[in-house]
Design a protein around this ligand. Structure first.
Ligand code: GLC
Ligand code: CA
Length: 532
């Protein structure tokens, strides 16, 4: 089985992971210095949010050069050292590719905007104003305001689905494809194991630039950027064929993975559609964000997982995500007790788990005052992603051991209790809970490769089996704050041992379980039981 199916991915937000040179900004050497921590934790692959040269208007998602490293993060030499150090620990490194748009400071855009007949004019999406000088249509930017910016030099508007400093590339132009694919090869040659591709389903826009229809569910006070349905401004016919064109570039190299960020959806069809077909394979792993979006309710989650499993094309592989650099942190969203239940779900389901840095500490969102917002989305429309991007907590010391100087974002209030140093030596900590589960997942084929089968359970509980040959596990999760008694069907096993509970107390560590009797789950308890 491929490494990206059996392994555990860990997302690093480089600005906030570890600062090695005392400037308050995390960097590549900081990551290299802390690889032993990730190896100890049980991480198989790290995904780095963009670390390329960028004016940082969207903190790196505005790329000014696809084939270099931003000086804040280090140099290409530092990058090579990171890859080599990861390799020594049998850890893969994947990068974040942002093909939908560049920075307005990218050389391609500087050329494109210089004149109407510049050879790179058609690398971006330019259009004349309407007769009244207004933008070509009603499309809106995700970060607020119209998705069009008027450019004085040539008297036309250019399209930007995100910031005006992030002009959209024209993916109907073969030269754009060739240039981005070459950038991918540059990193593959340096040993990168794959890419997480940003907003990959949004790359194609309506060539006629038709207006988006109003969103019937939108009400004043809702997110202003959702006033229109994005029918024409993204995900147009042809997008599957375009995504499929990425695959051969990956296949030129051995064992590389393509993970795609697609629109957040609770509908499993929307996700499974991006695996493609045998004739036209698309993504190895189209991100599944359903566990972030769905109501945290046992029946709802089970129904989703079962449907998602049933819709997966043959030979395709599921994946699960509980958080990232764009969303409220897991432990802020669900609370400490259910945060651990969610982690047990993530690490025992069939499918590649993605952990966002700090999740394993039970980190909560930080606090950033409005006037200190760094994130353009926060500054423009009030929905700040700074809260989930505060520095990682290494120790209870100053600045949480992230840096010796004031970090670029304030350290979250909970760092004195939730940090690596403190949690490492507390056998009941969230960190040790994650680590224990991650290592169990690695050692047991049933957990990283086995079949999945849900069992019927009482309200509020989600119970399932993972099995591979003689390696068998029962997972029982109590999604509620009340005690529950679960009656199990006959499981055809001679013995059973509970290996770990979300409560991390001695009571359930390596304890025999009597399968003939009903199973008692304490409030907010998840149990991993090995069947003999
Ligand atoms: C993706 C990224 C997000 C970024 C946006 C524009 O959604 O995850 O951080 O702002 O794309 O590139
Ligand atoms: Ca630094």
């Amino acid at each position: 089985m491929s490494w990206w199916k059996t392994g555990i991915f860990y997302q690093i937000y480089p600005r906030s992971f570890m600062d090695s040179n005392d400037d308050g900004i995390g960097d590549l050497r900081g990551i290299t210095d802390r690889l032993d921590y990730l190896a100890w934790l049980g991480v198989d692959a790290i995904w780095l949010s963009p670390c390329f040269p960028s004016p940082m208007k969207d903190f790196g998602y505005d790329v000014a050069d696809y084939i270099d490293i931003h000086p804040d993060f280090g140099t290409l030499t530092d990058f090579d050292a990171l890859i080599a150090a990861a390799k020594r620990r049998d850890m893969r490194v994947i990068l974040d590719l942002v093909p939908n748009h560049t920075s307005d400071q990218h050389a391609w855009f500087i050329e494109s905007r210089s004149s109407r007949d510049n050879p790179k004019r058609d690398w971006y999406i330019w259009h004349d104003p309407k007769p009244d000088d207004s933008p070509p249509n009603n499309w809106m930017s995700y970060f607020g305001g119209p998705a069009w910016r008027f450019d004085e030099t040539t008297g036309q508007y250019y399209l930007h689905n995100f910031l005006a400093e992030q002009p959209d590339l024209n993916w109907r132009n073969p030269a754009v494809k060739a240039a981005i694919f070459d950038a991918m090869r540059f990193w593959f040659e340096r040993g990168v194991a794959g890419f997480r591709v940003d907003t990959i389903d949004r790359m194609l826009k309506d060539p006629e630039l038709r207006d988006n229809p109003p969103n019937p569910d939108w009400q004043p006070g809702d997110n202003p950027t959702e006033q229109f349905l994005r029918v024409y401004s993204e995900n147009r016919p042809g997008i599957h064929e375009l995504i499929a064109e990425f695959r051969p570039v990956f296949d030129e190299y051995k064992d590389r993975v393509i993970i795609g960020e697609i629109a957040y959806s609770m509908n499993p069809h929307d996700i499974t559609g991006f695996y493609g077909t045998d004739e036209q394979p698309e993504l190895h792993l189209p991100f599944n964000f359903a566990l972030i979006l769905l109501a945290w309710d046992a029946a709802t989650i089970r129904r989703f997982v079962d449907t998602y499993e049933s819709l997966l094309p043959p030979d395709s592989w599921p994946n699960y995500v509980l958080g990232n650099h764009d969303r409220q942190r897991l432990f802020s969203r669900l609370g400490d007790a259910q945060g651990r239940v969610a982690a047990m779900l993530l690490l025992t389901l069939r499918g590649t788990p993605f952990i966002y840095q700090g999740e394993e500490l039970g980190m909560h969102d930080g606090y950033v005052a409005r006037e200190d917002f760094q994130d353009p989305q926060g500054r423009n429309i009030g929905i700040s992603r700074d809260y989930c991007r505060t520095p990682f907590h290494w120790s209870p010391g100053e600045y949480a051991g992230f840096s010796t100087v004031k970090p670029w974002l304030p350290v979250a209030a909970d760092y004195r209790a939730r940090n690596v140093e403190t949690e490492m030596f507390d056998p009941t900590s969230t960190l040790n809970f994650y680590r224990h589960l991650m290592h169990l997942r690695r050692w047991h084929p049933a957990l990283h490769a086995g079949a999945y089968r849900a069992l019927d359970a009482i309200d509020g509980c989600y119970v399932y089996l993972r099995e591979q040959g003689g390696d068998r596990f029962l997972i029982a999760l109590n999604f509620t704050a009340a005690p529950k008694v679960v009656t199990l069907p006959s499981l055809d096993s001679a013995s059973a041992t509970s290996l770990i509970s979300t409560h991390m107390d001695e009571e359930r560590l390596d304890q025999p379980v009597n399968l003939a009797a009903p199973l008692h789950l304490r409030p907010n308890e998840g149990l991993l039981i090995r069947l003999g």
